[in-house]
Design a binder for this molecule. Structure first.
Ligand code: 1GP
Length: 252
């Protein structure tokens, strides 16, 4: 029986209706439950489309209190964004089932997935097949560090689009263009435009987005979902970002 994707289907439909969807990343190692609760309250008020929950590094402390805090204030989907199979948990609505297609390390291409899939399927947790592409100059970012892989270059004639095209041909539901959490700059809008025009697959763009105008520009360039995380940990409200992302043309 084929897998069903009710959460992904609803997120995609809403994103198409609004032009772009807003996903807010909460890293349970970087926020305390009180701050998570405040972010979740803001996500609810802003109409953010989903919360991503996870970290690229192994959890340093029990993430359950942060997840509980999010659930207490936010009714929308909470989607796991795991750094490895060890982070997989079953009290979650869906999982971004990532393969680090920008790297060439079998562990992050397929081995972690082999370790995680049996538990997820047995529990009936929705998986969203996501080609994860680390992109840009930030070689010191935590994903690059943890996975030991280099980001794809963003120089002219870049191979980012070909990776996204391969992901589309392989049947991935999403391609995630990741500059790295806390990156000094987001993925350039020109790359997003190029990839969106050449790869028939919805794009998620995240990493280094600190201002609503940056989010709006990336949405206007063709991102189907925008992810913001560090900005809210640092105190930026969610609503200005959600508004800019849901109405990219108006916010430019
Ligand atoms: C990281 O793309 C996400 O995986 C979000 O990045 O924390 O820089 O917003 P920021």
């Amino acid at each position: 029986m084929p897998l069903e994707h009710p959460i992904f289907d609803a997120l995609l439909a809403a994103a198409k209706r609004q032009g772009c969807g807003h996903l807010v990343l909460v890293d349970p190692d970087r926020v305390l439950p009180e701050r998570a609760e405040a972010i979740a309250r803001e996500c609810a008020a802003a109409g953010a489309d989903a919360i991503l929950f996870g970290s690229s590094t192994p959890f340093a402390r029990d993430p359950a209190p942060v997840l509980r805090a999010l659930r207490a204030r936010y009714d929308g989907p909470i989607v796991l964004f795991p750094g490895s199979a060890a982070q997989v948990r079953l009290d979650i609505d869906a999982v971004l089932f990532l393969s680090l297609l920008s790297g060439r390390d079998a562990r992050f291409l397929v081995e972690e997935q082999v370790a995680a899939a049996p538990r997820l399927l047995a529990a009936g947790i929705e998986t969203i097949a996501t080609a994860y592409l680390l992109v840009g100059e930030d070689e010191g970012g935590s994903v690059a560090r943890v996975t030991g892989t280099k980001p794809l270059p963003v120089a002219p004639g870049s191979i980012v689009a070909a990776h996204a095209q391969a992901a589309a041909c392989l049947g991935f539901s999403l391609v995630y263009l990741e500059a790295g959490s806390g990156a000094s700059a987001p993925v350039p809008a020109s790359i997003v435009r190029d990839v969106a025009a050449s790869a028939p697959v919805p794009l998620v763009v995240g990493g280094g987005i600190r201002r609503p105008e940056q989010a709006a520009a990336l949405a206007a360039a063709g991102a189907r979902f925008i992810v913001t995380g560090t900005a809210h940990e640092d105190g930026a409200g969610v609503t200005p970002f959600t508004d800019a992302i849901h109405q990219p043309a108006a916010a430019l």
